[in-house]
Design a protein around this ligand. Sequence first.
Ligand SMILES: CC(C)(COP(=O)(O)OP(=O)(O)OC[C@H]1O[C@@H](n2cnc3c(N)ncnc32)[C@H](O)[C@@H]1OP(=O)(O)O)[C@@H](O)C(=O)NCCC(=O)NCCS
Length: 207
Amino acid sequence: MSAAPGLDIGPARSGESRAAARVLTDAFLDDPVASAIGPRRRSHRRLISPLSFGGIVTASRRHGARVTLARRDGAVVGVVISFDPGRWPLSDGAVVYELAWVLVAGPAPVRRAIAFDRAVRAEHVGYEHMYLWFLGVDPAAQGTGVGRALLADLHARADARGVPTYLETGTMDNVPWYGSAGYSVVGEMTLPHGGPLWRMERAAASA
Ligand SMILES: CC(C)(COP(=O)(O)OP(=O)(O)OC[C@H]1O[C@@H](n2cnc3c(N)ncnc32)[C@H](O)[C@@H]1OP(=O)(O)O)[C@@H](O)C(=O)NCCC(=O)NCCS
């Protein structure tokens, strides 16, 4: 599928995990939730986020999530990690892919990550849905239609199954952006570290 000029959207191929982790690292470096979990120092986060996202991408590919990439001129410029209905969450064994991050991040970020994960899981919707776990666009490519193209690809799959798409975001500016793609806020929560998180959902087009 090609939804924006020069953009190729498709499943991550073997050998693309590192590039996907790099894009997610750059996209989420100043994300409010990632910053609150830590490490709090930006330079430290920049150093270890590739480990964290490398683990997340590999675990996702092996344990039931979908990693979809946007490529421009062969380079990865955007990443979506999503779950088809009934596939969320990753199995407990997938946590092994987080070990490298756990070892270098230190105990406080790990403690905050666990608390965050528990709080968010507790609010997760119980009905059939597509779950958008991560969406990140290379900062140099933001505002050029990559995010919209990745969403369109995800929504096409959700619409074919007739299920809503659900996500959480801790970035206030993302709320109107997702709103313009058909999402509404279905809940707002306060995270253990004190920051807000908006829970959003888009109904299936056929619903
Ligand atoms: C949020 C993010 C995924 C958006 O992706 P993107 O590729 O930059 O966005 P696009 O270029 O596809 O979207 C641009 C469109 O959104 C519109 N837009 C931008 N900001 C907007 C806003 N606050 N409200 C409504 N529309 C907005 C633009 O006008 C443009 O519209 P057009 O397609 O009609 O021209 C990207 O900025 C990103 O990776 N951010 C950091 C990580 C993150 O927050 N991810 C989401 C976590 S839930």
